[in-house]
Design a protein around this ligand. Structure first.
Ligand code: MG
Length: 155
C-alpha cells in the first residue's frame, strides 16, 4: 500500500488541472508543473507503495524540465517504475478536497485520463470529491488538496 497527499494554492491567471483534466474555473493551481494536486497525490501513493521516495525526489521543482509540464508525465513515469519492478498496480483510490468548482461532472474524464496513464481499467480507479464545509484554507478557496492510496502487488 502507498499513501499520497498534496495541496496547491489557487491563484488567478492559471488554468485549473485536476486528475489530468482541464476544468473551467476562475482560478487555477499554482506550482512548478501544471500543479495537478490529484495526480501528484496518486503519483506519491504509487511511489510510496514501490518504496521509491516521493515525487519531489524524481521531479525536483528546481528543474526547468518540469516547468509547466502536464502531471500525466509523472504518473506515467510511476507506472513505468512499477513495470520495471514487475509490480502490478491493483487499484487506486483518491479524494479531492475542493470548495469550488463542482468536481463530480469531471470524474469520468479524470478516471479515463488516469486509466490511460497507468494502463489500469477504470473500475480499479476511485475518485471522490468533497467540499471542506467552508472551513479552513480549502473552505476559503485558497487551495485544493488531494489524498490517494494505491495498492500495488510487488513480487
Ligand atoms: Mg504537488
Amino acid at each position: 500500500m502507498g499513501i499520497g497527499y498534496d495541496v496547491h494554492e489557487l491563484v488567478e491567471g492559471r488554468p485549473l488541472f485536476l486528475g489530468g483534466v482541464q476544468i473551467p474555473h476562475t482560478k487555477g493551481l499554482d506550482g512548478h508543473s501544471d500543479a495537478d494536486a490529484l495526480l501528484h497525490a496518486i503519483t506519491d501513493a504509487l511511489l510510496g507503495a514501490l518504496g521509491l521516495g516521493d515525487i519531489g525526489i524524481h521531479f525536483p521543482n528546481t528543474d526547468p524540465r518540469w516547468k509547466n509540464v502536464r502531471s500525466t508525465v509523472f504518473l506515467e513515469y510511476a507506472a513505468e517504475l512499477a513495470r520495471a519492478q514487475n509490480a502490478q498496480i491493483m487499484n487506486i483510490d483518491a479524494s479531492l478536497l475542493a470548495e469550488r468548482p463542482k468536481i463530480s461532472p469531471y470524474i469520468p474524464e479524470m478516471k479515463s485520463a488516469i486509466s490511460q496513464a497507468l494502463s489500469l481499467p477504470v473500475n480499479r480507479i476511485g475518485i471522490k470529491a468533497t467540499t471542506n464545509e467552508k472551513l479552513g484554507f480549502i473552505g476559503r478557496e485558497e487551495g485544493i488538496a488531494a489524498m490517494a492510496v494505491a495498492c500495488v502487488l510487488v513480487p
